[in-house]
Design a protein around this ligand. Sequence first.
Ligand SMILES: Cc1cc2nc3c(=O)[nH]c(=O)nc-3n(C[C@H](O)[C@H](O)[C@H](O)COP(=O)(O)OP(=O)(O)OC[C@H]3O[C@@H](n4cnc5c(N)ncnc54)[C@H](O)[C@@H]3O)c2cc1C
Length: 461
Amino acid sequence: MTTLDPATTASALRGVCEIHLPGDPGYDAARRPWNLSVDQRPAAVAVPATTQEVQDLVVAAAAAGLRVAPQNAGHGAAALAADGLDDVVVVRLSGLSDVSVDPDARTARIAGATTWGQVVAESSPHGLTALHGSSPSVAAIGYLLGGGISCYGRTHGLAANSLRGIDVVTADGALRHADATEHADLFWALRGAGANLGIVVAAEIDLIAQPDAHAGMMMWDREHAPAVVATWASWTRDLPESVTSSLRIMAFPPAPELPPFLSGRDLVVVDGVTLEDDDEATGLLEPLRALEPELDTFARIPALGVLDVHMDPPEPVPGIGDHAMLGPLEDDAVAAFLGVLGPGTRSGVTIAELRHLGGALARPHAAGGALSAVPGDYALLCLAMAPDAEAAAAGRAAAADVIRAMAPWTLPTRIPTFTEARSDPATMFDVATRERLTGVRDTFDPQRRLVANHPVAAERP
Ligand SMILES: Cc1cc2nc3c(=O)[nH]c(=O)nc-3n(C[C@H](O)[C@H](O)[C@H](O)COP(=O)(O)OP(=O)(O)OC[C@H]3O[C@@H](n4cnc5c(N)ncnc54)[C@H](O)[C@@H]3O)c2cc1C
């Protein structure tokens, strides 16, 4: 690792694009990621406004012996910061935020930092939507490059498979277009291993014809968790692929910034999307509705509304996250989950979530990339609010307790977008895929100039 003094970094980078260096008045605001618990201190933060500036920046950083790390909103910042960023320029693409929809081709061209909220706002007037996740503020490219578990995932598969073409600035500063025929190996590698290969400045994605959906959430007090968790677990075993849902145990302190129905509440919530007509959807939801939720919002809603169903926080928050992949949830697994998260327990996690996988998410895509499917029946996600170091340590321990309780049902794999801690790439890619990824990385980044949140073949040659 080369650590440059700020004066050398300044003379290498100033003038290339908007640059924030330690000591600059704007540095603290520029380095702050969406996940406010991550205190990342890179050598510099660059905010290029054009693709040419991205290229110039990559060349200038390399000439100065600095590495570069693409970061958009910083939802996945925890893994990136894991190794320290003393010789790293964090590249924020916030200047590249644009979307244009081709309704006839059912595609959208999105720039590097475009959020899912922007993509759906532009595509829904055409009766189209995208394979977005649960949050409108997550940047589409970061999500797509890490696989992307969509609200429509069980029907339409991993969101990375919706990528048609990618424009990427590689480690030599060249702008390359990668798709099924041009730089096909790079296209394959980007779809899963993302920032290991370059800084993606734009992408073309397939949209789906879905003007609306029968979607919503049901909510109960946590005292009803035994019945709700057992029912949801058995419900998800036989569901058609048209339904993608999740169950969360949520514990909120009283807080004025929360909606009143969440503030100070201990809850169990099921939300989801059903791509069926209203009668069929109503029939499918009957076992949950029979548990008499105190709030039930399931109804036909516009595609834009699907982005709000999961109630993800709209503004940056400080959080500690952990994730495990689970197999089938039979009665013993449900009992273990309730043992740490059921009524009366004090686990310390703010949200413990089970996302139902399977269906099209489990089927590898014939023309897919390094990650085109995920094994497993459920993704377990734990999130603890971490406003300070003490809360972060407690949250980390609490999340680990939940993950440990589910160990007997845990598979040795992880989904990149859900993995907040730096993780062994062997948990994300099999041996053959890792070998092929290493080969592509050797071609496009032989000096290991790019820093990804989840490095593959990170060791320098
Ligand atoms: C509230 C919330 C809800 C979420 N919901 C979902 C969900 O439903 N499904 C799901 O799968 N994930 C979900 N995630 C996880 C999210 O998809 C990942 O954190 C994703 O990596 C976020 O991308 P970002 O650009 O916003 O974050 P960043 O931290 O900016 O980027 C994450 C990583 O992506 C890579 N990257 C980002 N942009 C580029 C680029 N232009 N070129 C090359 N590499 C790039 C880099 O390695 C970077 O370190 C959620 C996260 C949050 C905080």
